[in-house]
Design a protein around this ligand. Sequence first.
Ligand code: TYD
Ligand code: MG
Length: 577
Amino acid sequence: MVPFQTLYARTHFRNLQIHKLYRSFHSTKYLYKEPITVSTVYDPVTGCMVTKSNEEPDKQQRGERLLNSDYADALKDDRSYGSVMEGFGGGKKKSKSKSKSVWVCSECGYSDGQWWGYCRECKNVNTMKELVDVVDSGKTNGFQVSEKLVQSWLPKGAGEAVPLRLTDVNRGVNHSDWRFPLSGLFGDEVSRVLGGGLVPGSLVLVGGDPGVGKSTLMLQIAAIIAEGKEIGKPAPVLYVSGEESVEQIGNRADRMEISTDELFLYSSTDIEDILVKAQALSPRALIIDSIQTVHLAGVTGSAGGIYQVKECTAALLRFAKKTDVPVFLIGHVTKSGDIAGPRVLEHIVDAVLYMEGEQYSSHRLLRAFKNRFGSTDELGVFEMSPCGLKAVKNPSEIFLSEERSDSEFLAGLAIAVIMDGSRTFVIEIQALCATGSSLSRQVNGVQAGRADMIIAVLMKQAGLKLQSNAIFLNVVSGASLTETAGDLAVAAAICSSFLEFPIPSHMAFIGEVGLGGELRMVPKMEKRVSTLAKLGYKKCVVPEPAAKLLRGLDFGEFELLGCQTLKDVINTVFITS
Ligand code: TYD
Ligand code: MG
């Protein structure tokens, strides 16, 4: 590759030839569509390293400015290729259109006013992509996305609006009527995650790993919205897929026993075409499966690329806001766990929902990651069945193993109650203390550091001689313990295995363990305890202050065992009466 900054540094005399060389190099590159590369070369004029890239077709246009500019002046100060090139153009604005470049990182979404060889936020190389906002240019050159392309979806008359008083805005508006309710157990679960129903004109992104069940979820939501049981009348809903044919979707709907008349299927990848069809149909909701497969004519790059994804989403946002039709977008998740087509997408949309699920488990969790219309604490729990997703009636129990009743005979098993958002989950923690084997520690589902701390506290403050034991910890069903509220259950499981004393079934443990062996309160004690009471547990060991606090409340026959330290716990639980 020609290190052209180095070439510029020679003499004025050779300018023209060098420029030709630069142009021919670029035009060849253009023809063969070389992959974008970034490299850093030593520049003898400035005495600095200069980073350059072979990307941006409009560099060719910029190259013309080189002829008329005094590049040497520019080189004096500017050290990066991007700023050098800006310097060339400085003072001689030949371009008729006003344009402003923003460089956006395709990995993390960081934006910068100028090009750097790497992202200054996430430090990835070759991820800064140029986005140009064209103000008055009539044509686009690929990288410039003209508003004209999508302007038919722009809300009109924005200039006529005036600021309103909050009280005037809220007068006569019932916010629960304003949302569209979703009927049934499944609908309730989705509504909860959306913040209490579907908001007209909202743009919702549903992300998740391939095969987790995004299309299945959206098809079911589409059917519920189309049926409109809660509001009494059906209305059309348009489900557009760029991934599957209408027959494939129809086949799936058949398996899931969806038979509403008002669900319309369409297979297309052209966003303008989709929006034209959607406007003609005037649906109650529009679903796009997926944002990575649709494209907007006139925007550079193939479907799924950063420009395409961003501009298609922007066009859909305008459509949603203009027509008040709620739009759902399905988005794939990349290997790094982001929704492909970077974080910029998450900034544009009103709500981001993630669908999660373990590979070998049929349970699926729907979680709000961002929600402009409600809390992000909510969690929907579903189960994948042969005929689609079903809402789980007792989500608190999903992590419990079926042989729970056996725990009376099984030492080393303790029940913890953890919270995820506003939901409580009862999980089983298993511990195995084995003498004679190597002194290793294996933890699964518990943070290793936390487990070490609890083991050390048990040895020092409760006097357990765990030194000569290999200790294994496991959280059943692949759940992971992210809260300190599970500390006490971990300690209890270890004690149980070490003392070979089974913990009575229907006993649970809630509390954080401090370094002094003391038990500490955790948030939402009442909710955790009431979950246990509802599930039929009889006893729960809690920190003494929590027991005092909750004693006045009525949990039926449920007994709270208040303890101050781990020693108290051992004396309360592991004693034969
Ligand atoms: P799908 O919705 O196509 O996933 P995504 O759109 O997220 O890629 O669902 C894929 C999986 O769901 C597939 O492996 C089969 C399973 N599935 C069922 O178990 N039952 C069903 O009724 C349906 C429709 C799918
Ligand atoms: Mg799919």
